[in-house]
Design a protein around this ligand. Structure first.
Ligand code: SAH
Length: 397
């Protein structure tokens, strides 16, 4: 192997790497031997000379390097990416998530040993997010390998958002290989037909992380009047209606999301039971409370309120407010299903916030079930940052 540029750490800053945490922060860097380009592979070396692993260099980011491999001597080349991608795909196959027509997350970044790479599968199409300098610099290798390993009809890129910006990379969207996906791809996810707009939908087109949780929530859907707040295309509402709910009210601030929701509810044969409300959930729930509206099942699935550690307090207030509003709309004896996808708000804090909201709303609530992210969004034990989704199903008196 040719000698790699070396990234030397300050004294004592090798501890997290010894525990196989894959991030090297800029403040831990003592110096650099060589002149690596953005995304190039560097060897990480402790102050005492210990060789720690091979990482992608990212000069623009606070996360100055992300480790690809801790194995001594492992080359970072196409064969390495083939091994990692094959391992991730095999894991989903064993979870029986690769059935034709289905959808799942095939690659989940650090948790699959591929920092900055997300790959979602929607039936015959793959959608990639290359969110780090390292993933960006290996893009053609990654795309070729995905084409070979998965034989999709097309591979599309949705590399957008703040993460890419922090790596000094511009947003990119478009076809990477094969055919352009149709405007809407219909996939089967458990009990649900999901209508996915790969090019223009949120994230890579759908929220795959809630697939299993929708079924858990729908267990409380029979004969219910359901409020699906932050509905996106109505995944929760649809599964509840199919489980015997009477009606569902979908609230989302995105008119495009609710337009997709109309088609998705129709594809699932439940459009008649639905009301679609384009509104800010905070405002809409407040006015529902004022008018005395009540529901048997309220779902709150807001976007990420907390993006960094310094937003935990303000974000917690947001969660508390929305949960107080949601609780007020639950008919006595009904159910609240409430979620947070902010990694900085852990499950214990989230439970405290919801408990506080119940006290302030004057309601007593019991946790019936705790929910988390599904198996195709695994949490590598050395990378707790991957643990982001939590939810509670509560009986509300
Ligand atoms: N429950 C959905 C996923 C929700 S993602 C599912 O199961 O697929 C969060 C949604 O909240 C997005 O669709 C976004 O458009 C919407 N949103 C964000 N802020 C909002 C606000 N203040 N009021 C209403 N909707 C909002």
């Amino acid at each position: 192997m040719a000698t790699l540029p070396r990234l030397r750490l300050k004294q004592g800053r090798e501890k997290s790497l010894r525990r196989r945490h894959p991030w090297v922060f800029s403040g831990a860097v003592e110096g650099l031997d060589g002149e690596p380009n953005s995304g190039a592979t560097v060897e990480i070396v402790a102050a005492g000379g210990e060789r720690l692993g091979y990482a992608a260099y990212s000069p623009a980011s606070q996360i100055r390097a992300r480790v690809w491999s801790f194995e001594p001597g492992e080359g970072i080349d196409a064969a390495f990416f083939r091994r990692r991608l094959a391992r991730a795909i095999e894991s989903r196959r064993r979870l029986e998530l690769l059935e034709p027509g289905g959808a799942c997350r095939l690659v989940f970044s650090e948790s699959d040993g591929l920092p900055g790479l997300i790959v979602d599968r929607y039936a015959d199409y793959l959608v990639c997010q290359l969110l780090s300098a390292g993933a960006e610099s290996w893009r053609s290798t990654i795309v070729e390998l995905l084409a070979e390993l998965c034989s999709p009809r097309g591979i599309y890129e949705r590399s957008e958002g703040g993460g890419r910006h922090k790596e000094g990379l511009a947003s990119r969207r478009g076809v990477l290989a094969g055919a352009e996906p149709p405007r809407e791809v219909e996939v089967v996810a458990g009990n649900l037909r999901v209508v996915v707009d790969i090019a223009n939908g949120q994230k890579t087109g759908a929220y795959l992380d809630q697939q299993r949780n929708r079924e858990r929530v729908a267990a409380h859907g029979r004969n219910a009047e359901v409020l699906d707040a932050f509905s996106y295309t109505g995944g929760f509402a649809i599964v509840c209606l199919r489980a015997g709910a009477k009606t569902a009210t979908l609230v989302d601030s995105s008119a495009e999301a609710l337009a997709l929701a109309e088609r998705e509810t129709a594809a699932n044969g439940v459009r008649d039971g639905c009301r679609f409300v384009v509104a800010n959930v905070f405002d809409e729930l407040r006015s529902m409370r004022q008018s005395g509206a009540q529901f048997d099942l309220v779902v709150l699935d807001p976007p990420k309120f907390v993006h960094s550690a310094d937003q935990v307090n303000s974000g917690s207030r947001g969660y508390k407010d929305i949960n107080m509003l949601g609780l007020a709309l639950v008919r006595p004896g009904g159910v609240l299903a409430t979620f947070s996808c902010s990694g900085h708000v852990d499950a214990a804090l989230f439970q405290k916030i919801v408990a506080g909201a119940a006290v302030d709303a004057g309601r007593s609530a019991q946790i019936l079930e705790r929910l988390a992210q599904p198996a195709d969004h695994p949490i590598a034990t050395e990378f707790p940052e991957a643990d982001y989704l939590k939810g509670l199903i509560l009986r509300v008196h």
